[in-house]
Design a protein around this ligand. Sequence first.
Ligand code: TXA
Ligand code: MG
Length: 306
Amino acid sequence: MSRVTDDVREAASALRHGDVVAIPTETVYGLAADADNIDAIERVFDLKRRPRSHPLIVHVANMEDAETFGELDDRTRQLVGVLWPGPLTIVVPRLPRASDAITGGLDTVALRMPSHPVTLALLEEFGGAVVAPSANKFGKVSPTRPAHVVADFEDVDLLILDGGECSVGLESTIVDCTTDKVQVLRPGAVSMTDIESILHESTATATGPSRAPGMLKSHYAPDCAVEIHESAADAGERARQLEHQGIKFKIIDRSEDSLECARRLYADLRDCDDSKVAVALFVAPPDVGIGRAVRDRLRKAAAPRP
Ligand code: TXA
Ligand code: MG
């Protein structure tokens, strides 16, 4: 049975014992383990049923820890100087503290300093760094509330640190800082424009085979079918068809407010499954800022399942 607590010291002590603890962050809940304890890291992969080749993000509370896991150049330091703590993950050359268990044998490591006050308090109390993939079973929708983690890990003895509802609601932006131009591997709340205005240089969207292993076409998949519509009118028309066929659907239209769209997206998808909706009709927000990240996750939720 999983258990929810708001005791940061209890969570830190569990991490020190090598246990996996579900933690809040401003993006989504994560399954955290001591980044210096290989057995604990292995348990994260087992719990998530995640292939070992899909590398994890190291979460730090200070620059000293960041600089012992990865090698940051001046441009990268400039970027995180402005955007950390926050929903930005950097991919940089790895240093010896980043084990193969974390990186899946890659020569780079992903690092992030989350901004959620409870996460920072936990890391401070723990006194180290944690790996933390999203706290969902592999291929499923990420959790943004403690109840989502409870639902996914009902059968497991897991401590869940309560930090309330995640304020961003989508996973962090991942940027590859090892390339000539900074490349966005996964869109998130930090946009390309944000990065460009800090660095005063252009960025690129990664193309070709994904360099973020585990970024599959179908991901973030609920049980229901997902459709993306560009307007409320389009969604309404489709709803009439479905109604005619006797198919249970739900329209989700938060397109007027992209931040709210992002914050609620995963809860909306989970709600559709809980109420046995067959088709979720999403009205997509405009393709700018965090709207781009929402559309990316919607496309993945709508993609054909393996
Ligand atoms: O917002 C987030 O980033 C959340 C919260 C919990 O912090 N975490 C999260 O972790 O989304 P996860 O494991 O679900 O996604 C990590 C992504 C994967 O797609 C992985 O391939 C990529 O980061 N990644 C990790 N290390 C990498 C590396 N060295 N090079 C390229 N991609 C990497
Ligand atoms: Mg994930």
